[in-house]
Design a protein around this ligand. Structure first.
Ligand code: SAM
Ligand code: DTB
Ligand code: SF4
Length: 343
């Protein structure tokens, strides 16, 4: 059977975890207008198409990471010129969260350059999660590998989301990372899910992968036991000194196709247009929103690299008539968001 023959477009909009790889390939190969039409139609079935969820990132522990992820500024193995910083103290983190909230973010995502957190580090981060949640923000952390007990500790602290990306297809993976396996990643995702924490899991495009690798990554995500509640699609931020610096860039319309396919494969999930927006035109970003992206990182820094400036995003949202989505995991009293509404 050809991939095209595998696709039954009348079933689009069903929440399914039994997608075949051929169906995923067929979606990615649709004529662009058809792909975007279906993606927008399904998006409207599950979401307000003019609302975007707003997260702000903070690197709470920067650099000196023992892992060898070939894209990353924070690996100790590459000369990237990044200054390492120890785990921030809780007051400094809370100050950043207050600023993010005042600027309109509803979720605060804290990232640490760990392979896996040590008990003392996890205890400190659990306190940060409790305190940020106490401010009325949703919380997300990304700390590397977790076992079931570590996931439970974060759940007990009130954590809303754990980010752990598959990054790429299983077959391309060993060209990017050698210090932990694909199965390690799947095991962490399962520990997080089993603890009842929302899963944030996606990947990076522009790491020398093929179209088939992209289809395989989407297929793995969409056939997990449960779809990740949040699916970040990153475009590689090329960092001088990392092995992937200089990799062939993904063509913008290909990037939009992956967003649209993610929307169709995981209709109830938030699809985040993540790293790489600072290098995208506003038109490409608008196409991504049309294709069903409904979450972004807001704030002029990601973890260690650039993001669009806040005034640029506010201006773009105003021109697109996009407003901030109220958090879904918190009570109504926390649902006000300060990001400028469409004028
Ligand atoms: N150290 C933890 C880990 O890797 O699991 C958490 C932090 S790590 C920086 C979180 C994710 O950021 C990575 O899994 C990767 O998907 C993404 N990321 C890191 N560097 C990136 C880059 N240069 N461009 C795009 N995404 C990147
Ligand atoms: C995700 O998928 N993207 C974010 C977040 N999860 C942790 C990280 C992007 C990092 C981009 C490179 C940097 O700023 O160091
Ligand atoms: Fe370390 Fe995470 Fe960067 Fe990999 S992506 S080198 S684990 S900080």
């Amino acid at each position: 059977m050809t991939p095209q023959a595998a696709l039954n477009t009348s079933r689009l909009g069903e929440v399914r975890t039994d997608w075949s790889l051929d169906e995923v390939r067929a979606l990615l190969a649709l004529p662009f207008a058809d792909l975007l039409f279906h993606a927008q139609r399904v998006h409207r079935q599950f979401f307000n198409p003019n609302e975007v969820q707003i997260s702000t990132l903070l690197s709470i522990k920067t650099g000196a990471c023992p892992e060898d992820c070939a894209y990353c500024s924070q690996s100790i193995r590459f000369e990237t010129g990044l200054k390492s910083e120890p785990l921030m103290d809780i007051e400094a983190v809370l100050e950043k969260a207050r600023v993010a909230k005042a600027n309109g973010a509803t979720r605060f995502c804290m990232g640490a350059a760990y392979r896996s957190p040590k008990p003392k580090q996890l205890a400190q981060i659990a306190e940060m999660v409790k305190a940020v949640r106490g401010m009325g923000m949703e919380t997300c952390v990304t700390l590397g590998m977790l076992n079931a007990q570590q996931a439970q500790q974060l759940k007990d602290a009130g954590l809303d989301y754990y980010n752990h990306n598959l990054d790429t297809s299983e077959s391309h993976y060993s060209k990017v990372i050698t210090t932990r396996t694909y199965q390690d990643r799947l095991d962490t995702l399962e520990a997080v899910r089993a603890a009842g924490i929302n899963v944030c899991c996606g990947g990076i495009l522009g790491m020398g992968e093929t179209q088939l690798d992209r289809a395989q990554l989407l297929h793995t995500l969409a056939t997990l036991a449960e779809h990740p509640q949040s699916v970040p699609i990153n475009q590689l931020m090329q960092v001088p000194g990392t092995p992937l610096y200089g990799a062939a860039k993904i063509e913008p319309l290909e990037f939009v196709r992956v967003i649209a396919a993610a929307r169709l494969l995981m209709p109830r999930s938030h699809v985040r247009l993540s790293a790489g927006r600072s290098e995208m035109s506003e038109e490409t970003q608008a196409l991504c929103f049309l294709a069903g992206a409904n979450s972004i990182f807001y704030g002029d820094k990601l973890l260690t690299t650039e993001n669009p400036e806040e005034h640029q995003d506010r201006d773009l949202f105003n021109r697109l008539g996009i407003t901030a989505e109220a958090p879904r995991t918190h009570s109504a009293e926390h649902q006000h968001c300060g990001l400028a509404a469409a004028s």
